[in-house]
Write a protein that binds this ligand. Structure first.
Ligand code: ATP
Length: 248
């Protein structure tokens, strides 16, 4: 981050569990994400990755445990309160307003996510679209965007709330290798130029191995590894969790 006065941020997830009836989807998970980190979250299908995102962002609050951003306890807060506290997210399926223009979609994120006035939200939206590389499409209806640009739009919308952390849910699927590279570079720029930490669920393991500082691995709800990509790649438990599934 260029601004040396920016406060350091820390997201602390401690002993978080989430059950649906008798099913323990997230099981006693503890980890931290620090300032300007890019952390991957991987695991086989049904491992609890999206449930963990939902617990952090208040969509489905945890059954047990605490989620703390710096000094603020987020556990049990409403999604819009958590967004305003500094934790933004993208969704697996882009939640855009297709008839509205690209810039309107980003501005809506700033008004609802950040409580901005309309004028301020629009100014910020144009600035973000330039940052993300969608400025030429600002006035296109979102319905006309291709899949890669929709994913960039999702990121711009998340950034419109001026978060300290952005949680990115499976943004790589359906992209060509070149589009995936652009997206990965964009996540890196979000960290290096904006000072925002990225927590990223991705099924395309190659992409996440090359673009993250650290990877957390879930299996059947539990955290089974938390280390550098090289450490995770050589972890026996991780290899076993993926047997018959995605290759690590
Ligand atoms: N709202 C819900 N109600 C009941 N069960 C749920 C709910 N959401 C998730 N689950 C269950 O919790 C478990 C974990 O699901 P989750 O979607 O978090 O896994 P995931 O790691 O994100 O999987 P995938 O990689 O396939 O997206 C699964 O068994 C799933 O069926």
């Amino acid at each position: 981050m260029t601004d040396a006065s920016k406060a350091q941020s820390m997201l602390r997830v401690t002993s978080v569990s989430k059950s649906f009836g008798g099913l323990v989807a997230v099981d006693d998970v503890t980890f931290e994400i620090g300032d300007e980190e890019i952390v991957g979250l991987i695991g086989p299908n049904g491992a609890g990755k999206t449930t963990l995102f939902n617990a952090i962002t208040g969509v489905h609050p945890p059954t047990e445990g605490t989620i703390i951003l710096d000094e603020t306890e987020l556990t049990g807060s409403k999604p819009h309160e958590i967004a305003r506290a500094g934790v933004a997210r993208t969704f697996q399926t882009a939640r855009t307003f297709d008839e509205a223009t690209v810039v309107e979609n980003v501005a809506i994120g700033a008004v609802f996510g950040n409580g901005d006035s309309k004028a301020r939200a629009e100014t910020r939206a144009y600035e973000l679209l330039e940052f993300i590389g969608l400025d030429e499409q600002s006035h296109d209806p979102v319905g006309e965007l291709n899949i890669a640009d929709r994913k960039l739009l999702e990121l711009a919308r998340a950034l419109a709330t001026e978060p300290a952390f952005v949680l990115v849910d499976e943004i790589g699927s359906g992209l060509t290798p070149t589009e995936l590279e652009t997206l990965t570079e964009t996540l890196e720029r979000i960290r290096s130029e904006r000072g925002i930490s990225v927590f990223w669920i991705e099924h395309i393991v190659d992409a996440i191995m090359g673009a993250t500082d650290r990877i957390i691995v879930l299996n059947q709800g539990a955290k089974i590894a938390d280390g550098t990509p090289a450490e995770v790649q050589s972890d026996q438990q991780v290899a076993e969790a993926y047997l018959g599934g995605v290759e690590v």
